[in-house]
Design a protein around this ligand. Structure first.
Ligand SMILES: C=CC1=C(C)c2cc3[nH]c(cc4nc(cc5[nH]c(cc1n2)c(C)c5CCC(=O)O)C(CCC(=O)O)=C4C)c(C)c3C=C
Ligand SMILES: [Fe+2]
Length: 443
């Protein structure tokens, strides 16, 4: 049990049958109040299930809670809520012991923030223990915080270098990129996702405040995306990006465990260090959209650039967003242009199955550029079991696509998302830290 949760236990009185009105309103009272009352957070079913309640995500309730413990970290195959922040940090910790302390503290804060609970009251002569943004009770609000490690963390610490995941590398420049060094790379990434952006901001501030001797913020990008509940007939629709197209239509199904094991999670069949099993590679790209130019482009041209209809999201020749294009019947690209975004990204050949990725992006709006243009775009985030076969291969196929006239990648980085934490006595990255002492034996 974390110290913070112990504090809560003491404050509330373990076993107290009466939850406060505020706890009840936030869904922390009564039978659902295990965490607020100091109990250990619920374990995910079967070790890796991160399913939240059946309620649509992102709609009204701050009481929705995503389980923390499991084979994999939450925030990847769990439903994407309405808002996100990607933040990258430089890690100050230099020794295995310091790294362990950092990871233990980070785990403790993430458990508290994602599972919710009351903020302890301290002596008013001291700074308050919490920013107070969410009030005296921190509601879980569907928050997930997903921790990744950058190549630089491994490369700048000799004891970690032999343990670096096989395809983890520093992001290099693609031909259409104009990368801003101040918005690239990092030793550690934190992806925050929640129903409300205030919940992400509160969590980021909490981590910055509680780990100042270990983490220095390098860059961050906020984003959001409308959460669209399923239609009465059960059909689902993807949210639109800032170019007005449905984005996510052809994503692999994140509820399909076998598919996710193949596409997303590093596992037994992969040539990877043992400690990395259950993790995944995270590719982050801040991609500016030239929306003024796009909004002056004819609809037909826009649709040909993507290879899908703008209103329905259907591929050419189809009527529904979920329709699957058959390129074998269109070898010359008369229906779906050969250089359209979707055909280049996934030509749907048997070989292209090796390049599948799980996309989980957010739209961003950063105000106005110095030259008076809208600074909007896509906070592109993708997960894959192999960075080279996944993001890097797909981006290489997209190089030179017609969409490039309207987009400009300006930042991002590659990270390896740590495996999940299986039980409350363990911490994020424990297998990595424990592997340090045996790193000279084969991995
Ligand atoms: C390297 C990977 C990708 C980048 C970078 C990327 C940028 C990007 N994409 C859109 C909009 C859409 N993308 C769509 C499909 C799609 N995109 C990628 C990969 C990258 N996109 C893949 C693998 C696919 C799926 C292709 C398929 O299997 O058919 C679509 C169509 C709808 C959908 O399936 O999501 C849109 C729209 C933007 C605006 C953008 C950069 C700003
Ligand atoms: Fe795309």
């Amino acid at each position: 049990m974390t110290d913070r949760i112990k504090d809560n236990t003491a404050r509330l009185g373990f076993g107290c049958p009466f939850a406060s009105r505020r706890q009840v309103l936030l869904g922390l009272g009564g039978a659902g109040s295990a965490l607020a009352l100091g109990a250990v957070p619920a374990l995910a079913e079967e070790g890796d299930g991160h399913q939240v309640t059946d309620a649509p995500t992102g709609l009204n309730s701050t009481s929705e809670r995503v389980p923390f413990y499991g084979k994999h970290q939450a925030g990847i195959v769990t439903p994407r809520p309405a808002t996100g922040i990607m933040a990258a940090f430089d890690v100050v910790a230099r020794t295995p012991d310091d790294l362990e302390t950092m990871l233990r503290k980070l785990t403790e804060r993430i458990v508290f923030l994602t599972q919710g609970g009351e903020v302890p009251e301290l002596d008013p002569k001291l700074p308050p223990p919490d920013s107070g943004i969410l009030g005296p009770v921190v509601a879980p609000d569907n928050l997930t915080i997903t921790v990744g490690l950058g190549a630089s963390l491994f490369e700048r610490r000799e004891f970690l270098t032999p343990l670096k995941p096989r395809t983890l590398q520093r992001m290099t420049q693609f031909p259409n990129d104009a990368l801003d060094a101040e918005r690239c790379h990092g030793d550690l990434s934190l992806q925050f996702c929640a129903n409300l952006q205030d919940t992400n901001i509160h969590a980021l501030r909490d981590i910055v405040k509680n780990l100042p001797e270990y983490l220095v913020l390098r860059w961050m990008q906020e984003g959001d995306v409308p959460v669209i509940p399923p239609k009465p007939d059960g059909e689902t629709e993807s949210a639109r990006n800032f170019l007005g197209f449905r984005d996510g239509s052809a994503n692999p199904d994140s509820n399909d465990r076998d598919l996710m094991q193949k596409v997303v999670w590093v596992g037994e069949g992969d040539d990877e260090p043992q400690w990395a099993h259950g993790g995944t590679y995270q590719a982050v790209r801040i991609i500016r959209n030239f929306v003024e130019r796009w909004d002056r482009t004819p609809l037909k041209e826009q649709e040909e650039i993507f290879g899908r209809k703008k209103d329905s999201g259907a591929p050419f020749g189809g009527t529904r967003e979920s329709d699957v294009p058959d390129y074998t019947r269109d070898p010359q690209g008369e229906l779906t242009p050969l250089d359209s975004h979707i055909r280049l990204a996934n030509p749907r050949t048997p070989e292209a199955d090796d390049n599948l990725i799980l996309r989980r992006p957010f739209n961003y709006s950063n105000g106005v550029t110095k030259s008076g243009q809208l600074d909007q775009g896509l906070l592109f985030i993708a997960y894959q079991a192999d960075l080279e076969k996944g993001f890097i291969a797909v981006q290489t196929k997209l190089n030179g696509e017609p969409l490039e006239e309207y987009i400009k990648p300006v930042g991002g980085g590659y990270f390896f998302v740590l495996p999940g934490v299986s039980s409350p006595d363990r911490y994020l990255g424990q297998d990595l830290i424990e592997a340090v002492s045996t790193a000279d034996t084969p991995i």
